[in-house]
Write a protein that binds this ligand. Structure first.
Ligand code: SF4
Length: 351
């Protein structure tokens, strides 16, 4: 089902599916047992625009820490559990708003049933997550390797197991570090289920390659109307994941708000330190919630024309900077003052 028609699922005080806005998730990389550090990171991520946070629950101490963490944060918390069904139940008892499990590694049917019963009692959704790295042997053999078809079959098998246990408050994720396999799996599964999908490219890599792989993968999937929540997985600071996720959604026209910076690629006519200036502007605009476009151009000759589609722009040339509004030069300032002039404009935008 396209995201307009997936089932609505409630996670804490947020709703996903059924055409609701796509929410951004991230995952803490602190020790969940360390309440103070985890809360601090969640608060910073919330400030940056994270809608839902996931914490690993590898120990009983981590499960118990969830109740204290929950008291100090304002976004829904998802507990991520592998292998031990008792940790899943403890996480639910300690206030997790959703749990993420792979029923394939939770063990016997009785154990899965115990987790499902606990979730059902509190009406919290279960995310059924399958990952290309842990696809069952039978499916690898059936499809001659790890394939999109195998991933889909694995996910739907697990969904069926839980549905047969009498619970259908579910979200599905199928992840692969192979971008095209991941995209194909989403295209296949979307016609076979109406449960919301959490989308991400797993183990995407460091900032550089992770961003590119996530942008390409999520771009293909989201553009087809698939996906209700997203995560950009990066080997790096989770704050970068939020920045990238917001940019991906904005680029696809799926989220409004936030200043978009466009900057020229520089050429032989560039007369200022444009790379430095563009980076400074990119940092400056993070703290404004204006839905506008700001252009940063390298020369006063072509800059204004090339910045025509932007609401606001700056261009520089031989020590002189210009301020541009909708392609018109409105002010000349010393180059060194360009950033502060731009800041002043943003501070007073729309006032
Ligand atoms: S705006 Fe000027 S410096 Fe930048 S690419 Fe265009 S011509 Fe070159």
């Amino acid at each position: 089902m396209s995201r307009a028609n997936t089932r609505v699922v409630k996670i804490g005080d947020r709703v996903i599916g059924g055409g609701n806005p796509i929410l951004i998730q991230s995952m803490t990389n602190t020790k969940t047992e360390d309440v103070e550090a985890t809360v601090k990171q969640i608060q910073a991520l919330t400030e940056a625009g994270c809608d839902i946070i996931r914490c690993a629950v590898p120990t009983m101490e981590a499960a118990k820490a969830l109740s204290e963490i929950k008291k100090q944060i304002s976004i829904p918390l998802v507990a991520d559990i592998h292998f031990d069904y008792r940790l899943a139940i403890a996480a639910i008892e300690n206030g997790a708003d959703k749990i993420r499990i792979n029923p394939g590694n939770i063990g016997s049917r009785d154990r899965i049933q115990a987790v499902v019963d606990a979730a059902k009692e509190r009406q919290i959704p279960i995310r059924v997550g399958v990952n290309s790295g842990s696809l069952e042997k039978e499916l690898v053999e059936k499809y001659n390797g790890v394939t999109a078809e195998g991933l889909v079959e694995s996910a739907l098998d697990k969904v069926r197991i839980i549905e047969e246990m009498g619970y259908d408050n579910l979200v599905i994720s199928i992840k692969s570090s192979d971008v095209m396999m991941c995209a194909k799996a989403h295209e296949l599964i979307t016609n076979q289920t109406d449960h919301p999908l959490h989308v991400g490219i797993t183990e995407a890599g460091t900032l550089y390659s992770g961003n590119i792989k996530s942008a390409v993968g999520l771009g293909i999937i989201l553009y087809q109307g698939i996906g209700d929540t997203i995560r950009v997985s990066l080997t790096g600071d989770p704050l970068e994941e939020i920045k990238s996720a917001k940019r991906i959604l904005k680029t696809l026209g799926l989220r409004k708000g936030g200043i978009e910076v466009v900057s020229c690629p520089t050429c032989g006519r560039t007369q200022i330190d444009l790379i430095g200036l563009a980076n400074q502007v990119e940092t400056l605009v993070q703290s404004y919630d204006l839905d506008i476009k700001v252009a940063v151009m390298g020369c006063v000759v072509n800059g204004p024309g090339e910045a025509k589609e932007a609401d606001l722009g700056v261009a520089g040339g031989k020590g002189v900077g210009i301020l541009i509004k909708k392609g018109e030069i409105v002010k000349k300032v010393p180059e060194s003052e360009l950033l502060s002039v731009l800041k002043d404009e943003l501070d007073h935008w729309g006032k």
